[in-house]
Structure formats: C-alpha cells, structure tokens
Write a protein that binds this ligand. Sequence first.
Ligand code: IDP
Ligand code: MG
Length: 147
Amino acid sequence: METTLVLLKPDCVQRNLMGEVISRFEKKGLTIRGMKMLRLDDSLITEHYGFLADKPFFPSLVEYMKSSPIVAMAISWANVVKTVRTMSGATNPVEAQPGTIRGDYALSIDGNIMHASDSEETAKEELERFFEKNEIFEYERLDSKVL
Ligand code: IDP
Ligand code: MG
C-alpha cells in the first residue's frame, strides 16, 4: 500500500473548498489515513519548497503558504502517488484539464489549491515532514471488500 502527502493550500481553505477536494479523494475510493490543520512557518515552507528557493516567485510563494492555515492529508492506495497527481492536474491551472482539481477550482499558478507528492521517494520524505508516526492510522474500511 502506497501513501502520498496532499496539502490543501491556503486558497483551498479560504475559499471553503476543503470539503469539495476531500470528497473527490473519498469518492475515488482512496483511503484517508491522516488529516490535520496546521499553519506553516518559514522553516517548514523552506524545507518543503527549498528546490524553488532561487526562483523569483519564491518570496510570494512563502507568503502565500503562510497566509492561512492549511490541511495536510496522508492518503493511501496502490499507485496513489500517480493517481493523486493525475487528479490534481497541471501545476498551472491555466493548463490543467477540466475534471482535475486544479482545472475545476483554480485560476492562477499563484493559488493552485493543492500540493501532492510527485514520487514515492518524495512522498516518504514529505509524510515524515508533516506527520508524526502516530498521526497516520492503519484501519480497514468497511467497503474495502466490495470495491
Ligand atoms: P507542483 O505543485 O505541481 O508539484 P512544483 O513545480 O513542484 O509544482 O511547484 C511547487 C509550487 O510552487 C506550485 O504548486 C506553485 O504553488 C508554486 N509555483 C511553481 N511555479 C510557479 C510560478 O511560476 N509562479 C508562481 N508559483 C509557482
Ligand atoms: Mg511539486
């Protein structure tokens, strides 16, 4: 069972879209194994988006990520990393296909609703960054046998 990290970014929280996005993961059939609201600080954002530190938009990315609490989610299923990236859509919502989360809810790359890990390796690192071990739960879903 693979697990990925999803962040519902500040614009998702501020626009009351948390339920819409969480609902997509639930309806797809993925298992939500951890979920919490938190406010990011400079050091966590820099750790998470350090590979973008030399980009001109980095200061505004940090301000955006700090502008409101976010929601972190640990989501599991076979091939979930790829599945959730596909559901997310392109980084720039202008290019994201309708039917994807960014394609349906976002208008600009400055506010693109969600983060999702981009590989199994990144997912492991990112889950450790945002969750303690005891915040990710092992449980069997009632519907797991009929899917
Ligand atoms: P991803 O979120 O689709 O994985 P990344 O390239 O990893 O895309 O970039 C991380 C985040 O940095 C994006 O989701 C977006 O919030 C921000 N970002 C990336 N490129 C730009 C840009 O050109 N302008 C403003 N923000 C950007
Ligand atoms: Mg990325």
